[in-house]
Every structure is written in C-alpha cells, then in structure tokens.
Design a binder for this molecule. Structure first.
Ligand code: NDP
Length: 479
C-alpha cells in the first residue's frame, strides 16, 4: 500500500507520524492508500513555507508564472486518464465524468495562465497638474484553499491556478475523503516547474482547516463546501479583515412553465440532477412545474431516469457511481425517510442499491418525489444526493416565489417557450447563475458563483476570479 506525504517545500512525512487510509466508495473494503493525518505543526510549517516563498514568487515576472501554469495545464491533459482513474476510485463518479473534470481543470488552468498577463490596473486623469494617478493589482499574500470532495481536481485548480497567477502562495487542504487527487496535482505542479513553497499541500481533517483559518499569516481563504463551515470561515476572517471567497451549497430550481419541449427539458433536468450522484453544488435539486404540465413532465423524467445505469464508475457502461461515503449515504437515506413521512409521493427510487452484494458500495437509486410541499425538508435543504423533488405550482408568480423561497441562491434553470417569462425570470430569480432551456452547466472562462447563503466574495472562474486573489493599490505621483 502506497504511503503518501505532505508537500511543504518538498515531500515530507507528517510531524504527527500518523496516517489514515482512504477507501473506494464503490467497494469500501478496498484501501486506496495511506495519507498523512497532519496536525497543527504540519499546518504551521505549511503556512511558514508559503510565507517564506511569497517574497520570491510575487516578484517572479508574470510571464514566467504564466508559462508554469501553461505547462501545468498541458501536464493535466497528458495525465488525464491516470488522474481521472484516481478521481473515480476515491470519489466514485463515473469515469467519463472524471475525464471531463480533468479536461475542464486544464482549461481553467490555461485561462489562469492568460490572466497572469492581464493583471492590469487603471489610469485616471488627474484634477491637479503634474500628477499621475493609477491603480495596480497586487497579490493578497498567503492564501489557503480548503477543498470539498465532490470535485477533487477542478476545485483545487480553480483556486490554486488563479492564486499563483496573481503572485500569491498557497496552502492547500484537500477534503479528507479525496486526498490522492491533491497529491497528484501537487506532483504535476512540481513537474511544471513551480518553485518550492509556492504551493504547499497539507493533508488532514477539518481541524487542520480550522488551524489554517486561524493563522494571521493567512491573508485570504478560498473555500468550497458546506454553508455551515463557510459561515464560520467568514466570521473568523472578518475579525482580522482577511479576504474570503466562499462557494457554498445550493438548492437549485428547474422551473418548467409553458414549455414546448418537455422531453428535452426532462433530459436536461435529469442530467443536471444526477451527475456525480447529485453531489454537485450546482445540481438541479428542485423541479417547480406548472400543474398543467406536471404529469407529462413527471412521466418523461422517469423515462430518462430509467436510462441511468448505476454501478462502479470504472465500468464505462455505468453512468452514475456511488455516493462518496457511508455518511453521505446515511444523509440521503435520512432525507428520503423524511420525504416518505410527508404527504408527497415517491415515484421512483428511494432505496440503497446492492449493485454488487459482495462489495457493499454506497450506491443509491435515482429518486423522484412528486407533490412535494415547498416548505418541506426535501424542498428546502441541500440533500447532496440523487433525490429530486417535484413541486407543482399554479402560475409563474407562484413558481418564482417558490424558487426564491430557500436560503440558497446558486444556480437556477427555466424551461419555457415564452420569451416574456425569460425576461421575468432573469430579473426576479435570486441566483448567481441562471440558465434558460438547459441544465446548470458552466464554462471555463465564465464567472461562477452564488448569492444569499450560496456564496460570498468574488465569483470564481473567468475574469472575476482575480478579484479574490489581488488587492488594489492606488498610486499618486507628483512630478
Ligand atoms: P465541509 O464543509 O465540512 O467540508 C469541506 C472542507 O472543509 C473539507 O476540506 C473539510 O475537511 C474542511 N473543514 C471541515 N471543518 C472545517 C473547519 N471548522 N474549518 C476549516 N475547514 C473545515 O463539507 P462536508 O464534506 O462535511 O459535506 C457536508 C455537506 O456539505 C454536504 O452534504 C453538502 O451538503 C455540503 N457540501 C457542499 C459542497 C459544494 O460544492 N457546495 C461541497 C461539499 C459539501 P474534512 O474533509 O477533513 O472534514
């Protein structure tokens, strides 16, 4: 069994001397490797390493930073199949999804490489003669990147690449469930020529995350994960006026009103709801449909859900893998139990699947509930699993009110043939991203983020991302 290390200036064993094992969620008895169970001394060493490297890295010429990121992007593409296999083994998602994730990460790294060359400020005409006024963008300093387990490649790349493009140094803490992808990524950055100390990897529990967010040398945090931890980070960092970028949960609605292609809508909704077994912050997780089209839509959703083949993600025939952990399986089971206790009706699914009884993977059947109350737990809370509730409404007004009636505001879709409804939806829906007649997909150069309890700080991806990783400095010069 391979024993992995932290990467703090170089590959090093944890100061604690302790390791934990990670497991394959499709076959939990399969141990994937030993990973550091780091402690406070490891986190402190990682921050110290990042702080030491900062002076050198922020003065490294931007084209040089850009070139390293371009090499990293190329290495991601060259090692796409190996890395995708690691993702599927430790996270569970279907191999084609993992390949898509690595390809996407490469595109985002390439975009960040370009951004290093576009760190431009502004010039201003002066009201006083003999003065020049302009702004420059400067790195924030040491940045901590705290990761979720649902996208173990694209999430870290989305933070590391723009952060180092902007001249920051980084401490990366991956989710405990998916450390191997982070080890692989760190190795690729090392091969791409990133100087020691610019990226530091410290593997360990949420307590390591807690130590990181408490360290005054950390001047910025980019976090993706639960709203509960996100709020805690925002509170802690507000106390010392450090920068935060939070990408949190969602309860993303698919509204169906006056839709003239119900089958196309159902296909899009099913794909966006059940990719990654529903464990995506942008997963469509509520269908809000006009009652006049609800029966037909429900039928079509079932037809497309029946095409999903659940099983080990490494088998190319399978289109949906297991949930990531026993805990996630229990969470999903608990929500389905709550749904069954309500007047709503279970249409399909609602049970754990024994795909291979000998292996006891955390497989769960794609699940559809109809006639769900908009105030129920199924309709309000982020389940993060393959469970889709249908809420029937009487008109567009009610649909928009229901869509806005949760604490979240990440992504929202509208399926309609009525152009007027599109304008109303774009104007009224409380959401960072809106989609018309398609699911909640995103592109590698377009801003991504949420409002309300779904996020805070600059949107990631695209040109907004550098706002999270730079400070503006205003310069006045008198000649
Ligand atoms: P968490 O928010 O607990 O974990 C995300 C990351 O934060 C992990 O690296 C975790 O470490 C770390 N962490 C945990 N506690 C702290 C802390 N006090 N300070 C700093 N870092 C901390 O999410 P979970 O993995 O527990 O998932 C729970 C739920 O969160 C899911 O069911 C889902 O609803 C939501 N979620 C949403 C995601 C999204 O993309 N919006 C992604 C992941 C989860 P460790 O892994 O070691 O615990």
């Amino acid at each position: 069994m391979q024993r992995h290390q932290n990467y703090i200036g170089k590959w090093v064993p944890p100061e604690t001397g302790q390791y934990y094992q990670s497991h394959n969620p499709a076959c939990p008895s399969q141990v994937l490797g030993d990973f550091p169970r780091s402690g406070t001394a490891d986190v402190d060493a990682a921050v110290a390493s990042a702080a030491t490297a900062l002076a050198m890295w922020r003065q490294t010429q931007a084209p040089q930073r850009s070139a390293i990121l371009l090499r990293f992007s190329q290495l991601l593409l060259e090692s796409k199949n190996d890395l995708a296999r690691i993702v599927t083994l430790e996270q569970g998602k279907a191999l084609c999804e993992s390949i898509g994730e690595v390809t996407r990460a490469a595109a985002e790294a390439a975009f960040a490489a370009g951004e290093a060359l576009r760190l431009s400020g502004q010039t201003f005409p002066s009201e006083r003669p003999g003065f020049s006024c302009y702004t420059v963008l400067q790195p924030v300093g040491v940045v901590a990147a705290i990761m979720p387990w649902n996208f173990p490649v694209v999430s870290p790349v989305r933070k590391i690449a723009p952060a180092i493009a902007c001249g920051n140094t980084v401490v990366l803490k991956p989710a405990s469930l998916t450390p191997h992808s982070a080890v692989f990524l760190s190795g690729l950055l090392e091969r791409a020529g990133l100087p020691p100390g610019v990226l530091n990897l410290v593997i360990g529990s949420g307590e390591c995350g807690e130590r990181l967010i408490s360290d005054p040398r950390v001047r910025g945090i980019s976090f993706t994960g639960s709203t509960a931890v996100g709020v805690r980070i925002a509170e802690k960092l507000a106390a010392r006026m450090a920068k935060v970028q939070l990408e949190l949960g969602g309860k993303n609605p698919a509204i169906v009103l006056e839709c003239d292609d119900l089958d196309g809508a159902a296909q899009e909704i099913v794909a966006a709801a059940f990719l990654c077994s529903g464990q995506r912050c942008t997963a469509l997780s509520r269908v809000i449909v006009d009652q006049s089209q609800a029966d037909q839509l429900c039928q079509r959703l079932v037809t497309h859900m029946e095409k999903i083949r659940v099983g080990n993600g490494l088998d190319p025939q399978n289109t949906m893998g297991p949930l990531v952990s026993r805990q996630q399986l229990e969470t999903v089971t608990g929500y389905v139990r709550k749904g069954l206790a309500e007047p709503s009706s279970l249409i399909v699914g609602g049970r754990q699947l024994a795909v291979d009884p000998d292996r006891e993977g955390y497989f769960y059947a794609p699940t559809l509930f109809d006639h769900v109350s908009p105030t129920s737990a199924l309709a309000q809370e982020e389940i993060f699993g393959p469970v889709l509730p249908i809420i029937r409404v009487r008109n567009a007004e009610e649909a928009f009110d229901v869509a806005n009636g949760t604490r979240y505001g990440l992504a929202a879709s509208l399926f309609t043939g009525n152009r007027h409804l599109v304008d109303q939806f774009v104007e009224r829906v409380e959401s960072g991203m809106v989609h018309i007649n398609h699911g909640t997909s995103s592109q590698p150069h377009v801003p991504f983020g949420g409002v309300k309890d779904s996020g805070q700080g600059a949107f990631s991806i695209g040109p907004t991302s550098k706002e999270a990783f730079t400070n503006v400095k205003t310069v006045y010069i008198k000649w």
